[in-house]
Design a protein around this ligand. Structure first.
Ligand SMILES: Cc1ncc(COP(=O)(O)O)c(C=O)c1O
Length: 331
């Protein structure tokens, strides 16, 4: 494949990227959900993966012989695997034992080589071990490109230009935006765009309890999506008014409530954001005559969480409650 063909491949990927819909939910708030799970690989990570690859190809940092190496056990790896396959370039994902079975199968089916680390680092997690594996691969492979999703400004630009540009065009008014955080690519790009177009809008960052991004004491996290064991450099660019930390049991409650009351079958991070916005407004804040206009992203689908969030036995075992019994019975 010539580099010109690589550029043509990027044009074809651009054509596959859609404008994701925004839907109004029936709620006391004027509540809007942007369905990022409608992206080609089912998550908001398609935005950053596409923009990072496109920009690096245009700058000549990725050529037809390059191998892409990245540490990700989740949605970003899925997006990169699919887009690299479409572009005809190699991708080596570095994963750890927390990867869910369906994601690992997809990565092994799509990529010729998958690196799975098994040793825990000093903090008890796998982040440092995964990053060490990335550095080893960077010396072993040549030419090699490392997207470095925690620090790559193209992830910010992706959400500024694509997700944020769309959201601002889709809404006439926006008072509050709730955004989940991990690498902080989404919140940095979205917050910059939204504050430009709706200067009075407040941006609420929603993170997992036990994540180090906003200084919480590191703790066990079972659900992928939100949180990080370090503060990502991209976070420094985000315009954040308030931070809310959500426990995993409340994220699960949020997921089940979203499904039962709005028919939205989304992943754990979306449940966290939905739980956070309901807690934020409580009942008192809804007393105003004109309900606040509030938006959030549905970052990925619930299907990958069938054995966790949506498995009542797993939830009972891990957290000691039955999510169905807590829901208001339908009329
Ligand atoms: C499902 C889901 N939601 C939210 C996020 C957070 O996005 P970001 O990494 O841009 O902060 C991620 C990141 O992996 C994710 O996979």
């Amino acid at each position: 494949m010539t580099d010109r063909q690589l550029l043509r491949g990027i044009t074809e990927l651009r054509a596959a990227m859609i404008e994701t819909p925004v839907v109004a939910l029936s709620h006391e708030l004027d509540l809007w959900a942007k369905l990022e799970y409608e992206n080609p690989n089912g998550s908001s990570k398609d935005r950053s993966a596409y923009w990072i690859l496109k920009s690096a190809i245009e700058r000549g940092e990725i050529t037809r012989d390059s191998t892409i190496v990245e540490s990700s056990s989740g949605n970003f790896a899925i997006s990169l695997a699919n887009f690299c396959a479409r572009l005809g370039i190699e991708f080596v994902p570095v994963i750890d034992p927390n990867v869910n079975a369906a994601t690992e199968r997809f990565l092994r089916d799509t990529c010729r080589r998958v690196e799975k680390v098994t040793e825990r680092d000093a903090s008890g997690g796998f982040l440092s071990t995964r990053l060490a594996a990335v550095q080893r691969l960077r010396t072993e492979l040549d030419p090699v490109y490392w997207p470095n999703q925690y620090a790559n400004l193209d992830a910010l630009f992706a959400h500024y230009r694509l997700t944020g540009g769309e959201l601002c065009a889709q809404l006439d008014r926006l008072d509050y935006l709730f955004v989940g955080t991990s690498t902080c690519g989404t919140i940095s790009g979205l917050s910059l765009r939204v504050k430009q177009e709706f200067p009075r809008a407040k941006v609420i960052a929603v993170d997992a309890a036990g994540s180090a991004i906003f200084g919480d004491t590191p703790g066990k996290r079972r659900l992928p999506g939100l949180g990080s064991s370090m503060r990502p450099p991209l976070c420094e660019h985000a315009l954040i008014d308030e931070v809310m930390l959500v426990r995993e049991q409340d994220a699960i409650r949020g997921c089940h409530e979203l499904l039962r009351t709005h028919g939205i079958h989304a992943g754990g991070s979306t449940g966290s954001v939905y739980a956070a916005l309901n807690e934020y407004f409580g009942s008192g804040a809804l007393a105003g005559e004109v309900p606040a206009s509030v938006a959030f992203l549905c970052a990925d689908r619930g299907r990958a969480y069938a054995d966790t969030v949506y498995d009542r036995d797993w939830v009972r075992e891990q957290f000691g409650f039955d999510p169905h019994l807590e829901l208001t019975p339908s009329a």
